[in-house]
Design a protein around this ligand. Structure first.
Ligand code: UD1
Ligand code: CA
Length: 455
């Protein structure tokens, strides 16, 4: 166990979001905000993490289950009151407590680690992370004395004209010594514009008690932006998105147009892959090296092997092998696995199926609940008839089979190894290996019929 614990404040409703969802569960960079904060806390070395929940307590706790402990703040009486809910956890702990807000998701673990290091070095009772904001509206202002020491923090709503002119703000991120914090919390009152117990008042109290109060300025104010509204959420999303794209580019990925490329924080992409415009890569997706992805594609929870090309397509919860060609206009649905060298193109949907090496489904097909071997050729317009109105059934197409155009394969059915199915067939019985399955009316030509008709 490290000597560092984190308390994350996440009980507020986030009134300004105008949402039924608790603010801290709104997604940013593909994760709930509070998850981003928790990840940063873990990165900075905090082993013990306590999350203060209140509004939507159950859903916040469910989202973070197994990653933290939870204390409930039944009434949201302010940030100081929120920290007080972790009184028991605080009194059982000797060391440094990092207090974080669930609504500042842009802060990196690296910056938190730096704050902790500087707090330790300063031997302070409290260290606040501050930032100089181009527009400090709404934030608490950091008020320093003539010697430059932090005297107090004044909330926007309580600030005088001269205090409002201060552009150094409280980011809502702090390090405290547990013992001193507990003692100072006892002294909080709610005599202020919002009638709340402000955590920020702890600073003035510690000063009065003769403790050292310290401040560290953030290198980049954008890391400390708090999200209170949907507009700020969009702004923060833009920042976190660009950060991810920069990291990928630094690692050798070409992003043709960062303005139209959306890649979630946890996505991994190999070197020399090119991402074309208007592309989304989401969730737990891993893309290999030397791929071409996009334009106009959306990949969710998709694993893609090296050297694969995906154009104008949507894939989700599936695995695509190496040197596969996908698109244009392919929909890969959950539990699909395309092996190496597969080709799927032009308006094809594949669901809950395995497609073996080098098999081809080039045009206008629906392949569902199918186990397909390698070297198979699926003719244009082939449909697996997998649903009888009540149950789904599987289709098996063995290695090197050749399915003629416009075929229905009525499942459960098997087309044997190396067999052919004649174009236009509706196959309802198994086709044995190395055979030809024909299931269509025989053609009958009536000679001279047209001439007669015209007369
Ligand atoms: C707070 C700070 C302000 C700072 C700003 C930075 C106080 C009094 N003010 O203001 O100085 O500039 O953050 O973003 O601390 N929360 C609870 N329980 C409560 C109240 C809040 O858990 O009773 C949580 C919220 O869910 C949120 C965080 O604390 O995650 C901050 O609360 P919020 O109401 O957004 O504070 P600000 O007004 O932004
Ligand atoms: Ca806030």
């Amino acid at each position: 166990m490290s000597n560092l614990m984190a308390i994350i404040l996440a009980a507020g409703k986030g009134t300004r979001m105008k949402s039924a969802l608790p603010k801290v569960l709104h997604q940013i960079g593909g994760k709930p905000m509070v998850q981003q904060v928790l990840d940063a806390a873990s990165f900075s070395g905090a082993d013990k993490k306590v999350v203060v929940v209140g509004f939507g307590a159950q859903s916040v706790a469910d989202t973070l289950a197994g990653q933290a402990e939870f204390v409930v703040q039944t009434e949201q009486l302010g940030t100081g009151h929120a920290v007080m809910q972790a009184k028991r956890e605080l009194s059982e702990f000797t060391g440094t407590v990092m207090v974080l807000c669930g609504d500042t998701p842009l802060l990196t673990g690296k910056s938190l680690a730096k704050l902790y290091a500087e707090h330790t070095e300063a031997k302070a009772a409290a260290t606040v992370l501050t930032a100089v904001m181009p527009d400090p509206t709404g934030y608490g202002r950091v008020i320093r004395n003539a010697a430059g020491q932090v005297e107090k923090i004044v909330e926007h709503k309580d600030a005088s004209m001269s205090e409002l002119a201060v552009s150094e703000i409280n980011t809502g991120i702090y390090c405290f010594e547990a013992k001193e914090l507990l003692a100072a919390l006892e002294g909080l009152t709610c005599n202020n514009a919002q009638g709340e117990y402000y955590l920020t008042d702890v600073m003035a109290i510690l000063n009065q008690q003769g403790h050292k109060v310290w401040a560290v300025k953030a290198d980049d104010y954008r890391e400390t932006l708090g999200i209170n509204s949907r507009q700020q959420l969009a702004e923060a999303e833009g920042i976190i998105r660009r950060r991810k794209l920069d990291e990928l580019m630094d690692n050798g990925v070409t992003i043709m147009d960062p303005n139209s490329t959306f890649i979630d924080s946890q996505v991994e992409i190999g070197a020399d892959t090119t991402i074309y415009p208007f592309t989304w890569i989401e969730g737990q997706s891993i893309i290999g090296a030397n791929c071409e992805i996009g334009p106009n594609s959306r990949l969710s929870n998709t694993t893609v092997g090296e050297g694969t090309t995906i154009h104008f397509s949507y894939t989700h919860d599936c695995v695509v092998g190496k040197h596969v060609t996908l698109g244009p206009y392919v929909h890969l649905r959950p539990d699909t696995c395309l092996k190496d060298g597969v080709k799927v193109g032009n308006f094809v949907e594949v669901k809950n199926s395995t497609v073996g090496e080098k098999s081809k489904i080039p045009h206008l097909s629906y392949i569902g609940d199918t186990d397909m071997g390698s070297g198979v050729n699926i003719g244009s317009g082939t449909i697996t008839v997998n649903y009888d109105g009540k149950h789904k059934h599987r289709t098996t197409i063995e290695d090197d089979a050749f399915i003629g155009c416009n075929t229905n394969l009525v499942a459960p059915v098997t087309v044997g190894r190396g067999s052919y199915v004649a174009a236009g067939s509706t196959i309802t019985k198994n086709v044995p290996p190395s055979s030809l399955g024909v299931a269509r009316a025989r053609q009958n030509n009536i000679e001279g019929w047209a001439e007669k008709q015209r007369r």
